[in-house]
Design a protein around this ligand. Structure first.
Ligand SMILES: [Zn+2]
Length: 194
């Protein structure tokens, strides 16, 4: 069973390093208007983390176009933040997965342990059950996990697929990286290229 997040500080700083790589790719592409992208990071206040994260790890990396008249924001994918959700992506995934699977946990227990209230956890369940399966991202990616028409529990299926085959830190890293295309604003519409 999967019931905890990696605790070593090195894991959480590694996630930041991955986000920095993803950000660099976005920066290099520049703005669609032809302008250059400048740093415009903003501080998030993630809750429920297993360790106290230092400030740089709470920054959502982001950019702004430098051209007058455009100034459009460009936010790269992230392995730490899932859209506008306050909790770190790993927590949103883990708590939701713990509601499912062979040893599912009660909401009250998860709420106590991770500090997310029951309404929040219910909203995450709705996200995974109703919104995520409808995304173009998942419609393409699901072929690698399930056969057509198969009913599955998300995100348990994904947690099981990645953590069942890899040591925890590596499994989490691969899973978060896999899901990163859906973390940008409007990212639920994003199509994967391969
Ligand atoms: Zn621009």
């Amino acid at each position: 069973m999967y019931h905890d997040l990696p605790r070593p500080a090195s894991f959480w700083s590694f996630l930041l390093a991955v986000d920095e790589d993803l950000a660099e790719e976005t920066r290099k592409q520049g703005c669609p208007c032809g302008g250059h992208l400048h740093s415009a990071n903003y501080l998030r206040k993630p809750r429920g983390t297993p360790i106290q994260l230092p400030e740089p790890q709470r920054l959502r990396l982001s950019f702004c176009c430098d051209r007058d008249g455009c100034r459009k924001r460009a936010t790269p994918p992230s392995v730490r933040f899932l859209g506008r959700k306050v909790y770190l992506a790993a927590i949103v995934i883990l708590v939701s997965a713990m509601r499912q699977g062979p040893n599912s946990r009660r909401v009250s227990e998860l709420s106590r342990r991770f500090g997310a209230d029951e309404t929040t956890i219910a909203r995450w369940q709705t996200f995974w059950r109703e919104h995520f399966p409808q995304t173009p991202f998942w419609k393409v990616a699901r072929a690698g996990f399930i056969t057509l028409g198969e009913i599955v529990d998300l995100p348990y299926l994904l947690v099981d697929a990645f953590l069942g085959r890899h040591p925890p830190s590596e499994g989490w890293m691969l899973l978060l990286r896999f899901l990163s295309p859906i973390t940008v604003p409007g990212g639920l519409q994003i199509k994967v290229s391969q």
